[in-house]
Design a protein around this ligand. Sequence first.
Ligand SMILES: Nc1ncnc2c1ncn2[C@@H]1O[C@H](COP(=O)(O)OP(=O)(O)O)[C@@H](O)[C@H]1O
Ligand SMILES: [Mg+2]
Length: 330
Amino acid sequence: MDAIQTDALSRRYGNLTAVADVTLTVARGEVFGVLGPNGAGKTTMVRLLNGVLAPSAGSCRVLGLDPARQGSGLRRRTGVLTESPALYERMTARENLRFFGTMYGMPAGKLAARADAMLEAFGLAERADAKVGGFSKGMKQRLALARALLHEPEVLFLDEPTAALDPEAARRVTELIMEFTRQAGRTVFLCTHYLPEAQRLCDRVAVLNRGRLIATGTLAELARTLWHGTWVDVECLVASAPDLLEAVRVVAGVTDARLDEPDGTRLAVQVEGEERIPAVVRAIVERGGQVVRVNAREHTLEDVYFELQGEPAHAQPAVASETSGRGGRR
Ligand SMILES: Nc1ncnc2c1ncn2[C@@H]1O[C@H](COP(=O)(O)OP(=O)(O)O)[C@@H](O)[C@H]1O
Ligand SMILES: [Mg+2]
């Protein structure tokens, strides 16, 4: 059974369709990212999957249960970190954890030990008995994450966990997420528009735009569907023969090539696959090029995301976008 499954899931607010016809599955143990700009429908998805909202059409299942109807049983097996941490500011960190642990139905003895262990692991032990109202944003978010993980949920929902944090605090939260999501085959549903974080954490991502799912897959899968080749940057010590570019273009598997320096000391070559790179290097060496550096460009999640959302991608040279006809796609 998949951890999460949605089937043509839709949710309207009046005339506005916040989530439109989304079908996806998240396997158990997978860290799944949902990416999209503000208003894409990410939070609405989390609310649907937690039974806070009911679908307008379609359906969803979490651990095989219907969140809208079987929410109370489900909530003991899932954890959620919402956009603004739901903590009691007048209670201490320890009291907050104990309060929520009781709500999750944890036995008192186990809860006390687990709460202390979480406070320690999340760097909050020293402030365990201080009121949460005086905590920094980063500390509150760490406590909210500890709260979401307290009862060792099988599925963890994280809605923009680092959006409100400064870079240092964000990094600490991301590291805690990494540490605690790789344990015990926990499934994670992470909504974010912070792409480097998603790239570090996620096995697979879905890209949402105005409630619609526009793509799902691993970074490599998405990059393959968007771009047919790999760009390789080659650097040579001295100027190469004037016919260098022509010689490279006729190598089997080369789909495009251009000079980054007019004297041929730097060129960019697009190949169908990395296995074509040695032949390209050989062609350059045969023309007297003294190759000192060869670098295949890796696509980042950011490149993939902006290409899918219809913005030009940084990793693609402008020439490539024009010739491939993808640059202006909207
Ligand atoms: N309670 C609500 N009532 C009316 N519209 C809403 C409500 N909540 C969200 N929306 C709208 O639904 C769309 C999706 O919102 P949301 O799910 O919060 O997106 P995201 O989390 O990706 O920013 C937005 O256009 C938002 O304005
Ligand atoms: Mg949101």
